[in-house]
Write a protein that binds this ligand. Structure first.
Ligand SMILES: [Fe+2]
Ligand SMILES: [Fe+2]
Length: 512
């Protein structure tokens, strides 16, 4: 017996699959049997299977069935794909041999030559714009070579997409649109061999031609299945690279194919998740494919801006200083009242921040910007919500002004360049709050109530002050209790109901 560890589930595989010592005797036996020199193992970037370098070769040992995962089809597919890639002249590691070894478990393996090179993701980061463009063109050529008909196993892409749970971390409305888009795709193009995971780690650069490695996710699909990994993970949405890669395809066609690819791709959810985090979006901030289109059009092609929708408002040139710019914007749109209100809210927010140990500057910024959407008319907000495919809460349908907290976030990001998710969240929940609010969410929420813009002393001021003697949460709860009891809320927003319920629960548990 060459292999002595126990594999009884996925976790036990996870513990051992990168362990050189555990795999060394087995790997040596396989190499010897194949007539290759049994040189010591070195670790390589971890994937799913056990992969080691041994001298000039790479040995990949597939996870055995005892892990609970049957790797037979992965193994067969990878062999078929590597052979086809060699036939097509794609620059990729050469498959030297493949087989099965019955040991403690049945281990399937492949051996390929080791290709020295630098991961393209790292290399790309250090390239000049011109180098990025020519690199992207070369990637396009490599994929074109690979994207040919092939006799390898395909998958039911629509079924895979319908069952894909990786999108579930995103806004439910966006997820529904993604599933609907996939269901409606005609998929009448020719299916070709696709690498499917052309990321910065799976492309190596050393000579002139980029080399593709790791064919584990290869499948048959329309060629645009390659786009999401290449655009998001390899080019990191760099406009230089994306536009060179796009070639003759016009921007809009390319964008739509990219979205098709994202929606149907097995890793589409992970790709979007990472993209949103890199760009500073909260995971549930993007509600619709329309909104995503705007974001990508801006990012990839530098055209359009989400706030172009807001044609009814005047957007003067900005200076870069938040207070000055907010002032210019409010005044240019005739909102002196809002300017005065936000200044008061900022003053109270800073006091609360100092009293409760939150960051005064973040609170001030959020407070100054919280009512940015006051420059938009009710009609503009409703129309834009429709254009962007936003799903409305029944309360927002009845009282469109409630939408101003959501549009405030868009304006803060697009017009003021705010990417701090705490600040954006405080703006986005200043009317309703949300469950599990942060201190800054509560501070801006409370300051907005304390300094309400109706020219009178708010009737709930005493209860908020009473609550503040205990905590921010207690003050929020006092406010909700008061306005509910006095029927001041005509139609509660889902977020408000959730916030209120969670705070009541905290009171019951004694954790206010
Ligand atoms: Fe407001
Ligand atoms: Fe306000």
């Amino acid at each position: 017996m060459y292999f002595n560890k126990d594999i009884c589930n996925w976790k036990s595989w996870g513990e051992v699959f990168q362990d050189k010592e555990a795999f060394s005797p087995l790997a040596m036996a396989i190499l010897q049997q194949e007539g290759l020199p049994p040189l010591p193992l070195e670790n390589l970037s971890p994937g799913t299977n056990a992969v080691f370098r041994s001298g000039d070769v790479v040995i990949k040992i597939y996870v055995p069935a005892e892990s609970g995962y049957d790797s037979l089809s992965d193994w067969q597919n990878e062999i078929a794909v590597m052979q086809r890639a060699m036939e097509l002249g794609v620059c990729a590691p050469k498959l030297l041999c493949a087989g099965e070894k019955q040991d403690k478990y049945l281990f399937r393996y492949i051996v390929m030559d080791f290709c020295p090179g630098r991961e393209a993701g790292d290399a790309f980061a250090g390239m000049t714009p011109a180098e990025r463009r020519s690199f992207a063109v070369r990637i396009g050529e490599v994929l074109k070579k690979l994207n040919q008909p092939a006799a390898v196993a395909g998958k039911d892409l629509k079924k895979q997409a319908a069952e894909n749970e990786h999108f579930d971390c995103l806004h439910p409305h966006l997820v529904r649109e993604i599933k609907q888009r996939v269901a409606a795709l005609p998929l009448d193009e020719e299916y070709v061999l696709v690498h499917g995971d052309c990321t910065g780690e799976n492309v190596l650069v050393n000579g002139t031609e980029p080399m593709l490695i790791d064919f584990a996710d290869c499948t048959l699909a329309p060629a645009w299945y390659e786009l999401p990994a290449a655009v998001f993970e390899l080019f990191r949405c760099d406009p230089n690279a994306v536009n060179a890669f796009r070639g003759e395809t016009d921007e809009e066609t390319f964008l739509q194919k990219l979205l098709d690819g994202l929606c149907i791709h097995q890793f589409g959810g992970f790709i979007l998740h990472d993209f949103f985090l890199r760009e500073g979006y909260a995971l549930d901030e993007v509600w619709s494919l329309r909104q995503l289109e705007f974001i990508l059009r801006q990012k990839l092609f530098d055209i359009g801006n989400i706030s172009d929708c807001f044609s009814s408002a005047v957007f003067p040139d900005l200076t870069g200083d938040i207070l000055t710019d907010a002032r210019i914007l409010y005044l240019a749109n005739g909102r002196t009242d809002t300017l005065n209100h936000v200044k008061e809210v900022a003053e109270t927010a800073v006091e609360l921040a100092e009293r409760f140990g939150a960051e005064p500057e973040a609170c001030r910024t959020a407070a100054i910007l919280h009512d940015l959407a006051a420059v938009l008319s009710r009609e503009t907000m409703l129309q834009t919500a429709k254009d962007l495919g936003m799903e409305l809460d029944p309360a927002e349908e009845q009282f469109p002004m409630l939408l101003h907290q959501r549009f405030g976030v868009m304006l803060a990001r697009e017009r003021f360049g705010i990417t701090d998710s705490d600040i954006l969240s405080a703006i986005g929940h200043h009317t309703t709050l949300k469950k599990d609010p942060s201190d800054i969410d509560m501070i801006v929420f409370l300051a907005d109530k304390i300094r309400w813009d109706r020219g009178t002393v708010p009737p709930f001021l005493p209860v908020i002050e009473k609550g503040l003697q205990l905590s921010l949460k207690a003050a929020c709860l006092e406010y909700f209790d008061y306005v509910t009891h006095h029927s001041m809320i005509l139609r509660a927003h889902r977020l408000m109901e959730e916030a209120h319920t969670a705070l009541r629960r905290d009171r019951a548990k004694g954790t206010l």
